[in-house]
Design a protein. Structure first.
Length: 359
């Protein structure tokens, strides 16, 4: 019996196909079963080989990665990891919209520049795929009707500077959210429920590489509810505002005058994940106490579990995504094992419940 993870590599560059294939083949428990140079060839191979995982380049001749994703998810939903250049950030989120599970940011046009980093990320993604819940193995269960972002209307133009009178409004709940793998689509579903005139403020720690968080924040902002931006140092937390931690940094909630602000800081030696959900949760609990609502969404590992304990110790409330919708139940499961989670709910119900809490 072959219990190896069967992987197919799709890239129009022969060098990249060979390099990615070799990196995967050298991992324990992985078998590279096929390689394709474009989407058309990849569809034929996927149908005959039925791989467990596909790595995908988006820019290819004949049939590009986007068309391939649409057809693949309609015919045989399969976990897909996009391997994309940093210059194609919009393309990455478009691919997530179409059902891709996650992405790896390659440093240059070819991946030769940093093989060690690519190898480490590939190994992490392979481990992640082995942990997928049914919701993660069938990407159609993760997508919103009409696509994650395609139905978003640009009700917010480019985010303006904060009017001074916004800072004078009383702040209600402080919502802190932690997410990793599968988080972008989960956050879109949640943010789509938030109303523009909520009394709450929101801070998000989503595990994501540098240079991608700004683009993702802009996409959340275009959903038309709360105003969303990538966090900068000492921005006040005010009603109807949401901040996303920049990639490669950590974010904390601190006191600021008579209220609160976000502080963007460098990772500390004790931070096991970057950004650290634990660090966000603990800092929010310390300064805001019972006003804090912590939410743990899909993700691998246990980031957030220690922060959950801190929130409950200060009188706050904790919610977690249920296993039936979490792409990976690692983070929500770890939070549940602390015994401090108030409610575990499927994503749709969780999004509605959280929106009601911060009205």
């Amino acid at each position: 019996m072959n219990d190896k993870l069967r992987v197919m590599v799709v890239d129009d560059s022969a060098f990249n196909r060979r390099t990615i294939g070799d990196l995967l083949a050298n991992m324990d428990g992985v078998e590279v079963v096929g390689k394709a140079a474009d989407g058309d060839e990849a569809l034929r191979l996927a149908a005959s080989l039925a791989p467990d995982l596909i790595t995908l380049d988006l820019e290819m001749p004949r049939m590009d990665g986007f068309t391939f994703l649409r057809l693949l998810m309609a015919r045989q939903p399969t976990p897909v990891i996009v391997v994309s250049g940093n210059s194609a950030r919009e393309n990455v989120f478009r691919a997530l919209e179409l059902g891709a599970l996650d992405f790896i940011a390659k440093p240059t046009r070819t991946i030769a520049a940093d093989l060690t980093a690519i190898q480490q990320e590939l190994a992490q993604k392979v481990a992640m795929v082995r942990m997928l819940t049914p919701a993660g193995r069938d990407p159609r269960k993760r997508a919103l009707k009409g696509g994650m972002f395609s139905t978003a209307t640009d009700r917010h133009p480019a985010l303006p500077g904060m009017p001074s009178n916004e800072r004078e409004l009383p702040l209600g709940k402080l919502l802190v959210i932690g997410a990793s793998t599968g988080g972008p689509s989960a956050l879109v579903e949640m943010f789509a429920q938030f109303k523009a005139h909520t009394s709450g403020a929101i801070v998000v720690a989503q595990h994501m590489p540098e240079r991608f968080t700004k683009t993702f924040a802009e996409r959340l902002h275009k959903l038309g509810g709360v105003k969303v931006s990538e966090a900068r140092e000492f921005e006040p937390l005010t009603p109807g505002r949401a901040f996303l931690c920049p990639g490669g940094k950590c974010i904390e909630v601190v006191t600021y005058g008579n209220g609160f602000a976000v502080s963007v800081v460098d990772p500390a030696p004790g931070d096991r994940f970057i950004p650290s959900v634990d660090r966000l949760f603990r800092s929010a609990a310390e300064v805001a106490g019972e006003r804090v609502v912590g939410v743990v969404l899909t993700g691998m590992g246990d980031d957030g579990a220690r922060g959950v304990v801190a929130i409950k110790a200060r009188g706050g409330q904790v919610l977690a995504e249920a296993p039936e919708t979490a792409v990976i139940y690692g983070m929500p499961g770890a939070a549940m094992r602390t015994g401090e989670v108030d409610k575990s709910m499927p994503l749709g119900a969780l999004a509605t419940h959280v929106a009601d809490l911060i009205v």
